[in-house]
Structure formats: structure tokens, C-alpha cells
Design a binder for this molecule. Structure first.
Ligand SMILES: [Zn+2]
Length: 236
């Protein structure tokens, strides 16, 4: 399996399907762990193995934050929560209902909305321990700010870990095949809104751009993200 990648002091990327789908681990001073995203329903064993690589056990996990309610991010959430100290996930208030019911919000595509109702397309319904909103600062490893970037889903968030300067874009921007792209349109609740709200990622300050889909960018990260947003006409 692809190994865990260090992004900063106590900050790790855990690939759960090669570099195509990532979770992230933040180690607290007391040794406990906050995870971000839980991959597909097949990701749990990769997450457990990733934690083992950094000397941690699922029981050390005190919090699981989800960037949004899609099956490749919430797929193993219920399992991770069950093995952890968390009572449920932390998610934006506008995506909480979807995490609880185990299926994604409607998309702009009627075909996808129909497909999403088929059995086997969702995930195990998962309890929500806390909801967050734009501007919240979570007490994660010295502070993690929440940036509401809706469009992909109504409650999609991006996150910045302040001490390490690691940005987690979520599905606002992908970094697959060595280039940045927008998320797949048919999976977005509101694709134009996805693009508009990504502008915030051009304004924020960070050192490393980490993607839920694709490897991180740790050289000239902000300039590279801004270059993409400028080419796409989202920022000047
Ligand atoms: Zn995704």
C-alpha cells in the first residue's frame, strides 16, 4: 500500500486508494489523533494501517472531521467512529443530515440523483457529534480553521491547520494526474457554486496544499493554486 506521507510536524496524509483518495491525521500534544475524512467503505483497513505507521491505534482517535457527505469521504466513517473515542463525526451543519442518513445530497444531474437512490450507493449512517460553520476554529493540534466552500455539496468545507500551514482543499479542487482540475460536475450539487466558492482558496494563507484527491503540493503551493484559479477565471 502507499505509505503515510508527512506534511508537517504531526500532520500526515494517509492514502486510502493510492493517492486517489486521502485521509489526514493530526497528532495532538497528548498523543491523541484527529482524523479528516474516512474514504470509501473499503478504506477502514488502510486508515488503521496508516495509523499504525505513525504509532497510533484507532482508539487514539478522538475526533473525525468530514469535509463533506459523499461516499468516498464518509464511507468508513461509522466504522472509524465505532473504533475511536469519538461519539460521531464533526461536519458542516449543512451536510449533517446526509451523514446521518447515509446518502449524499441531490446533485445537479438527474441521472446521478436517481443512481444515488439505488441500494449500495450510500454508506452506513453515522452519528454526528458536532457541527461546524464558516469561520469556526476547531481545537485541533493548536487550531484548525473551517472555510465553507459549498457547491460540491451544500456543507462542503476546506480546512487550514494553522501551525503547519497545511490547507486541506476537500473536493473544491482535485490534483489528479499532476494537474489541478475541478471535481466531476455530475457529482456536484451546484457546479458553478463550486467554482465560485473555490476563490476563497486563493485568498487564504498556507504553505502546503493537500487534496482529498491527489498528492499534496508543497512548493509554491499558494501560487500554484492561485494560478489555477486565475486560469479558470475565478480570481484575478
Ligand atoms: Zn471526493
Amino acid at each position: 500500500m502507499a505509505g503515510v506521507v508527512a506534511l508537517g510536524q504531526g500532520v500526515h496524509r494517509i492514502p486510502t486508494a493510492g493517492d486517489f483518495i486521502n485521509s489526514f491525521a493530526f497528532v495532538e500534544e497528548d498523543g491523541s489523533v484527529t482524523l479528516v475524512d474516512a474514504g470509501t467503505r473499503f478504506a477502514n483497513k488502510r486508515i488503521v494501517a496508516g495509523l499504525a505507521q505513525i504509532g497510533k491505534h484507532p482508539r487514539d482517535v478522538q475526533r473525525l472531521v468530514l469535509t463533506h457527505a459523499h461516499l468516498d469521504h464518509a464511507g468508513s466513517a461509522a466504522k472509524v467512529v465505532e473504533q475511536s473515542q469519538a461519539r460521531g463525526v464533526t461536519v458542516h451543519v449543512d451536510d449533517a443530515q446526509y451523514v446521518r442518513r447515509g446518502s449524499p445530497p441531490a446533485t445537479g444531474s438527474r441521472m446521478m440523483t436517481v443512481l444515488n437512490r439505488l441500494p449500495g450507493t450510500g454508506w452506513t449512517p453515522c452519528p454526528v457529534a458536532a457541527t461546524v460553520q464558516d469561520g469556526d476554529v476547531l481545537d485541533v493540534a493548536g487550531g484548525m480553521s473551517v472555510h465553507h466552500t459549498p457547491g460540491h455539496t451544500p456543507g462542503h468545507i476546506s480546512l487550514i491547520h494553522q501551525e503547519s500551514g497545511v490547507l486541506i482543499t476537500g473536493d473544491s479542487i482535485f490534483n489528479m494526474n499532476a494537474r489541478m482540475t475541478w471535481p466531476v460536475k455530475v457529482f456536484c450539487t451546484d457546479f458553478p457554486l463550486t467554482k465560485r466558492t473555490a476563490a476563497v482558496l486563493g485568498d487564504l494563507d498556507y504553505r502546503v496544499a493537500a487534496f482529498t484527491h491527489g498528492p499534496q503540493i508543497d512548493t509554491a503551493a499558494r501560487e500554484t493554486v492561485r494560478g489555477f484559479l486565475r486560469r479558470e477565471g475565478v480570481v484575478r
